[in-house]
Each structure stands twice: as structure tokens, then as C-alpha cells.
Design a protein around this ligand. Structure first.
Ligand code: UDP
Length: 315
């Protein structure tokens, strides 16, 4: 029997590369597309000998040609850390809009099912807590984060349009803060920043007073949720994340404890439009996917810190 084929855009990134691993393990052929703007070949080099894996270095805001049959498309290409999209605002807008248009066009052409990576950022600085899928959000379109938030909101809109007008089989996952091996040490997000600071004896930079909250999901849990959503019949967006909420100050303290570091915490200005709270309501994912996260934060942090230690040795 012929193997099913999945195209993964952003396949050399943090989440994309874990999806490549998972779909190969499930017996699919994987076509990984990435322009390596924020992704890295290090994340997929272990797959180059796999006969079911191919890699194309390509910017998906331009026409995408993949020869042959395609069954699934997973659109994960985008800068995703606030520092990245502040430095790459136009690319972020383009991949969320033009890139999503291209992959939807390919899905229509190939008669493939497509899953789009959306984000908790569509809720902006939320006025509803925790966030449920039927909340429409509180986003500043012209603020520094607008380039990511609005691109992803557009991505959801055009995905639903392709579903409604072209009958494309679409899925939308709203991803909340995720962590784990293959995050970039220098990507500027809270966890890599705190861990690299703790391991190199520098002060941990907590933005604002650290009372803002986030809810961190370990990557293997997230990938499981996405895989289940891909195989489900659900067209409307589904939150996938870990509802265990923590303040950023407590999170920094946790990193200090687990690394055994003597670093201090310093407080620096809060970036503009930084959401004050964030916590997924995952009752929909529980109900329709039978999914909930399994990895406790303490355990996930240990595994991730181990990975970062290795990375620092290699550097
Ligand atoms: N943050 C921080 N210090 C850092 C990096 C981030 O205090 O060195 C804060 C940031 O202001 C935010 C939270 O940690 O409130 C999570 O930030 P991250 O960049 O990881 O992702 P976000 O959830 O904001 O997209």
C-alpha cells in the first residue's frame, strides 16, 4: 500500500521538526519545507538518511510546487517568538497571509486535508480568562505584536473561507505557550532566556513586575493534541495547551531552583501590549479529541534544561 504523504511547512522549526518526527513514526512520507529564516537544519539533520523524508529549502510565500500526491498539509511556517517577529515584521505578515494562501491553494489542488497553526495570540491581551475558542479577542492591530496576531487572524479567516467556498478540509489549532527541546537558546522567549541566563550565571531578566501569567505546555503533549486534531472532523479552531498557569516571576524562580543557579532576578520594562494573563480553556479538546496534557512542568523543565545544557556545551 502507498504511504500517505504529509507536507510540513516550517518543518525545520521547533514544532515543525517534532511534527516531522511524529508523522514519520506514524508511517507517513514527509515533505519538509522551510526557508531556514528561524528554523535550523540541526533540527532535522537526523532525518536526512530516512528514505521517507525530503527537505526543500523554500519560502512558502512564493508558489509552492510539490510533485505527486499529497494527503495532509501542516502549515507551521512563521517566526513565532516576540523578538523574532519584531525583527521580521514583514516576513511574519507575509507568511501568515500570502503563505497561508499558497498552502490553501495547494490543498485545494491536491485535494489534501490542511491544518493551520494558529495561536493564543489571536486572543490578544484577553479580557476573558481563561480563553475559550468562542472568545474573539482583544488585539491591537497597529502595536508591535499586531504583525503576528493579525497575520494569524487573517490565516484563520482565509482558512475558513477556503473551507466554506472551496470545500477544502481544514483544521485550525490555536497553540498556547509551548516549550521543549529544539527551542533556540537565543529566541528571546521567557524559558530559553531564563535557562541560558541561569546556566551562564547571568541575571534573569523578568519583564515588568513578573505578575503576568502564562501556561506552558510540553512539546510532546502539544504534538499529540495536534495529531489527534489532524485526524478528527473538527473544522472550527481548537485550543491546545496546558492550563497550568504560573506568573513569570514564579517561573523564573522555578528555573533557578531546577538549574541550581545562583543568578539573581532583575526587573526590566514590560514590552508594549504584553498580555497580562493567558490560560487555555481546553474543555473542547478534552471533549472532542479525548486529549489532555500529561507532562508536569517540573518534569518538562528538567528535560528541556538538559537539552539546553548540551547545546551550551556544543556552542
Ligand atoms: N519575558 C520575561 N523575560 C524574558 C522574556 C520574556 O519576563 O527574558 C516575559 C514576557 O514579557 C511575557 C512572558 O515572559 O510576559 C512570556 O514571554 P514569551 O516571549 O515567552 O512569549 P509570549 O507568551 O509573550 O508570546
Amino acid at each position: 500500500m502507498n504511504k500517505k504523504v504529509a507536507v510540513i511547512t516550517g518543518g525545520a522549526g521547533f514544532l515543525g521538526s517534532h511534527l516531522c518526527d511524529r508523522l514519520l513514526k506514524e508511517g507517513l512520507k514527509v515533505v519538509c519545507i522551510d526557508n531556514l529564516l528561524t528554523g535550523s537544519l540541526d533540527n532535522i539533520s537526523h532525518l536526512f538518511q530516512n528514505e521517507n523524508f525530503v527537505f526543500y529549502k523554500h519560502d512558502v510565500t512564493n508558489f509552492i510546487h510539490v510533485p505527486g500526491n499529497v494527503d495532509y498539509i501542516l502549515h507551521f511556517a512563521s517566526p513565532a517568538s516576540p523578538i523574532d517577529y519584531l525583527q521580521l515584521p514583514i516576513q511574519t505578515l507575509k507568511v501568515g497571509s500570502l503563505g497561508t494562501h499558497k498552502v490553501l491553494g495547494m490543498a485545494k489542488d491536491k485535494n489534501a486535508r490542511i491544518l493551520i497553526a494558529s495561536t493564543s495570540e489571536v486572543y490578544g491581551d484577553p479580557a476573558v480568562h481563561p480563553q475559550k475558542e468562542d472568545y474573539w479577542g482583544n488585539v491591537n492591530p497597529i502595536g508591535p505584536r499586531g504583525v503576528y496576531d493579525e497575520a494569524k487572524r487573517f490565516a484563520e479567516a482565509i482558512t475558513m473561507a477556503y473551507h466554506r467556498y472551496h470545500n477544502v478540509e481544514t483544521r485550525i489549532v490555536r497553540i498556547f505557550n509551548t516549550y521543549g527541546p529544539r527551542m533556540r537558546l537565543q529566541d528571546g522567549r521567557a524559558l530559553p532566556a531564563f535557562v541560558s541566563q541561569a546556566l551562564s550565571g547571568e541575571d534573569l531578566t523578568v519583564f515588568g513586575d513578573g505578575s503576568q501569567t502564562r501556561s506552558f505546555c510540553y512539546v510532546s503533549d502539544l504534538i499529540e493534541g495536534i495529531y489527534r486534531l489532524l485526524l478528527s472532523d473538527e473544522v472550527d479552531p481548537v485550543n491546545i495547551g496546558n492550563p497550568q498557569e504560573i506568573t513569570i516571576k514564579e517561573f523564573a524562580e522555578e528555573v533557578l531552583k531546577i538549574t541550581g543557579s545562583n543568578s539573581k532576578i532583575i526587573y526590566t520594562p514590560l514590552p508594549e501590549d504584553d498580555p497580562k494573563v493567558r490560560q487555555p480553556d481546553i474543555s473542547k479538546a478534552k471533549r472532542i479529541l479525548g486529549w489532555e496534557p500529561k507532562v508536569e512542568r517540573g518534569e518538562g523543565l528538567k528535560r528541556t534544561i538538559e537539552y539546553f545544557r548540551e547545546q551550551l556545551k556544543i556552542k
